[in-house]
Design a protein around this ligand. Sequence first.
Ligand code: FE2
Length: 309
Amino acid sequence: MDTRSLFTTVPATAAESVQRSRTVDRVVRGIATSDGAGVKLTRVLTQNLQRRLDPFLMLDAFGTDSKDDYVGGFPDHPHRGFETITYMLAGRMRHRDSAGNEGLLQNGGAQWMVAGAGVVHSEMPEQEDGRMEGFQLWLNLPAADKMTAPWYRDMPSAEIPTVALGNGGTVRVLAGASHGVAGAVTRPVTEPLYLDVLLPAGQAFTQALPAGHNAFVYVYQGEVSIGDGDDRAVVEPQRMGVLDNAGTADGVVVRADADARFLLIAGKPLNEPIAQYGPFVMNTQEQIYQTLADFRDGRFATIAAGSGA
Ligand code: FE2
């Protein structure tokens, strides 16, 4: 399903100038898995890439026409220490959390949640048939902010700027900025860039990137080439291209070999220790033990309810 026709586009207000493109360091094939109550998904960014792609901790892609793959949803479960960004291309998902927030996430919309000190929430499908497609990205919080009050924001499709690129392509700016247009969300410290790009065959997309930021492209439709000249690398559908961090590159140039849709995600690394236990991501094992004790003793709900989020 192409929901682009539903979007109102805005013109680019600046060009992205890139003298030298990053190349692809490695191409990663996701791992088929299931999570929640049996929801089938592809884990694209796995735990072994957390250092390499710091500040990002996980990327899951889901896309299916079969209700059996998603109908169980994600019943009540906790998070602490990071942010989750859920982007729905198709389908409807109801979110409820321990702070009393509730929202409906659907076609082209996103939800940005800062779990911070702790949230218990559910993410359940509100459809019994039809296509469900989207992504969930986990973005780490700096050590100093891990115990911040939780908050979340629903971003219906209309609140996510969609920029017309002038070559038939569009870029939806979920976070950061592209072509002079500020995204729906700006976050301090990790400065995430989250773009969803549609590019017709034969066209190119250019994006400036700060040299020190880790970046990757996930192709979910079509096929792209990344980089210039001999360094050009092909990234096939359902593959993630991890972009290199060579100091001389000032951005990335992505060419569509076939009509393509892809995510371009980048952020400033935290360079802090990562201690993960399931849905909890802290800096030390001691903090994980404390988190488990807090969750066991029901302190998450209190934190969330008291946050005023
Ligand atoms: Fe969750």
